[in-house]
Design a protein around this ligand. Structure first.
Ligand SMILES: [Zn+2]
Length: 389
């Protein structure tokens, strides 16, 4: 979830904008101002084309925000808190602090977005009907936004998990079979299948060009297929990983032997004296008898080879005031979810007031690798436990 910056809060939900979003914003603005409007409505001034094109683009963006907000607010009412939403090229990705624990909640949450887009599309269609005789530019914009919002609803209802349609499909399966795990696996597999169908369809259009379709249409469809295949594959893996972590506690995942080092030690000394010889993966940086921060292998990896002799532990550490705390009996899955939600890579493990170790994303992944068998057995079929303890 890197490469995004904060837009501020709405209804207590942090909105973030992914940089890739700017590409689509420029594309949408240019295609409306330079292509769609001049072709459909000749005779406007150049300035008017660009003003209406930019306004259409901004309202399209607002429509996507409303779609995501609808998911989040319905989710919140149904007990699925949303911490932040990152807006991407194809819409948004909500950072849920936990997944739905009931199929009904997931169904309602998944349907809320497309329903919101359809309502917005209907409102713009209404605006178009009212303005089409008198105010052409406004009517042109309203018609475009009506079409775009309906397209947004339809695209998201494609049954490829984790798109909304795939979530609807999973929640129905889940409700019928009562099995969260196998429903997610089936929905992700169907998502991969839909992605492959889109790619195949795109390739057919590029080479055969049926129904007057151009190769650009084919390229777009294949591109969307690639996107669907990718997100479905990622969520399939995530489900398997999450199931593999089920039942583990922090004490099983933590690194308990973290040597105490001075903030003045250089990174190359750390590597030479501890990582290579002792296989250490974490360090407590202590100065004047007080814990100042921690250094993990991930921190060391961010230092370039030529900087290793000058960079010091005190400079690359995560300072103690930014460290979050975990307890040994907490379940590993909820800790991983917290790390994802907060965007951090490690947490101090505290017991009876003292630091007893460090749990890192790295150590959780090591634990997973021991448990994780690709395409593993279907016997581990139970709903995921929700976060918190
Ligand atoms: Zn949606």
């Amino acid at each position: 979830m890197g490469n995004a910056f904060s837009l501020g809060k709405l209804f207590g939900i942090q909105f973030r904008l992914h940089y890739s979003w700017f590409i689509i914003f420029i594309l949408v603005t240019v295609s409306f101002s330079w292509q769609v409007f001049p072709v459909e409505y000749p005779g406007w001034s150049v300035v008017l084309y660009w003003v209406m094109g930019t306004a259409t683009s901004l309202l399209f963006f607002a429509s996507v925000v409303a779609h995501e907000l609808a998911h989040s607010l319905v989710g919140r009412v149904n007990g699925i808190p949303i911490r932040s939403i990152t807006l991407f090229i194809f819409g948004g990705v909500a950072q849920m602090t936990r997944e739905a624990t009931k199929p009904r909640a997931e169904l309602l949450m998944a349907l809320a977005g497309p329903a919101c887009s359809l309502v917005i599309g209907g409102l713009f269609a209404l605006l178009w009907l009212v303005t089409r005789d008198a105010i052409t530019p406004v009517a042109a914009m309203a018609l475009s936004l009506a079409v775009v919002n309906v397209a947004l609803a339809v695209f998201n209802l494609i049954p490829g998990f984790p798109l909304d349609g795939g979530r609807v499909f999973r929640s129905v399966l889940w409700g019928v079979t009562g099995s969260y795990g196998s429903s997610t696996r089936i929905a992700s597999r169907v998502g991969q299948g839909v992605g492959l169908l889109f790619i195949a369809g795109g390739v057919v259009i590029i080479f055969l060009r049926p129904f007057d379709l151009s190769w650009v249409n084919g390229l777009w469809i294949a591109f969307i297929g690639g996107f669907l295949l990718n997100v479905a594959s990622v969520s399939y893996r995530q489900v398997q990983l999450r199931e593999a972590l089920h039942g583990f506690t922090v004490s099983q995942a933590m690194t308990s032997v973290c040597p105490v080092v001075s903030p003045a030690i250089t990174v190359s000394q750390l590597v030479q004296e501890y990582v290579f010889t002792g296989g250490q993966r974490c360090f407590l940086v202590v100065d004047e008898g007080e814990l100042r921060g921690v250094v993990t292998l991930d921190d060391i990896k961010t230092v370039s080879q030529q900087d290793k002799d000058v960079a010091k532990a005190g400079e690359i550490m995560t300072p103690v005031n930014r460290l979050k705390v975990a307890h040994p009996e907490q379940d590993a899955l909820s800790i991983l979810e917290q790390m994802n939600a907060l965007g951090i890579g490690q947490m101090l493990v505290i017991s009876e007031g003292g630091v007893i170790g460090l749990v890192t994303r790295d150590s959780l992944m090591t634990l997973l690798r021991l448990r994780f068998k690709p395409g593993g057995s279907d016997s581990r079929d139970r709903p995921m436990r929700s976060g918190g303890s």
